[in-house]
Write a protein that binds this ligand. Structure first.
Ligand code: HPA
Length: 272
């Protein structure tokens, strides 16, 4: 059937189960799954029921596509995402993003957990992405050209939409919350980085590092979808502090920040 055929089949299946027309897509990172439980008029479709959809294998990542409303906006929320480090080809990693694109979203909010490289950052900070660096050499737009998914060559100068970033900053300011801004470096993982790698990432202008988000952002931009990215800094990156990194720390901090993150996310959605 081909990749585009699979995407269309997935989208058609979803349309047969959900009446709501999503305007905004949301991809939830580690520990943020609860956000989807707060939607009104909720319709939950487990990934396993959607033809062609991959199934998430990471602890702390649920696997549901959740439709519903928040602050007057129609949402399609991915509760759980796919990563290169799970062994999926990058086309599978962005499968959900592209299905949301075919369902007609015009904006996508991507969230993640990340390690802080910028020494002004602290665990628990939220960072609005202003740009990214793809360190994996992988690109979801590579391969067979599929005109329905967008042009072969496309701009990434304005990948992180200026207006959406401004709205996000307004929400933080109105709530009296601090926020950071920065460049996100995408590493494949699943090992955390070495101190030498972090020094390299710092030297080339990265403020934070993580193992997700960039594939989805590239796929969304190819489809002309506006993007907002927010990272939760769950730890300082390797070698910044004199201690080892642990997944337990990442989960613990994202759990602590969750409530603030979910509140901010809802307010931003209300403004889009
Ligand atoms: N490195 C990569 N990915 C991450 C980190 C990190 O330090 N923290 C959370 N996700």
């Amino acid at each position: 059937m081909g990749y585009y055929g699979e995407l269309k089949k997935s989208a058609e299946y979803i349309k047969s189960r959900v009446m709501l027309q999503p305007e905004i897509g949301v991809i939830l990172g580690s520990g943020l799954g609860d956000f989807a439980d707060g939607l009104e008029e909720r319709v939950v479709i487990p990934y396993a029921e959607i033809p062609g959809f991959p199934v998430s294998t990471v602890k702390g990542h649920k696997g549901n596509l959740v439709f519903g409303r928040i602050n007057g906006k129609n949402l399609a929320v991915m509760q759980g995402r796919f990563h290169l480090y799970e062994g999926y080809p990058i086309q599978k990693v962005v499968f959900g993003t592209r299905v949301l694109g075919l369902l007609g979203i015009s904006a996508l909010i991507v969230t993640n957990a990340a390690g802080g490289i910028n020494e002004n950052f602290r665990p628990g900070d939220l960072m609005v992405l202003k740009d990214h660096i793809n360190m994996t050499g992988e690109n979801p737009a590579a391969g067979e050209e599929i005109p329905e998914l967008g042009p072969r060559f496309f701009d990434m100068t304005f990948a992180y939409d200026a207006e959406l970033r401004e709205k996000a900053k307004q929400v933080f300011e109105e709530a009296g919350l601090e926020y950071k801004e920065g460049v996100y470096a995408f590493m494949k993982g699943p090992s955390y980085e070495t101190p030498a790698e972090i020094r390299m990432l710092k030297a080339i202008g990265a403020d934070a590092v993580g193992m997700s988000t960039v594939p989805e952002v590239i796929a969304a931009r190819q489809m002309g979808i506006r993007v907002l990215g927010i990272s939760c800094i769950t730890n300082m990156a390797a070698g910044i502090l004199d201690k080892p990194l642990s997944h337990a720390e990442v989960l613990e901090v994202s759990e602590k920040v969750k409530e603030k993150f979910v509140r901010v996310l809802s307010s931003i959605i209300g403004k889009i």
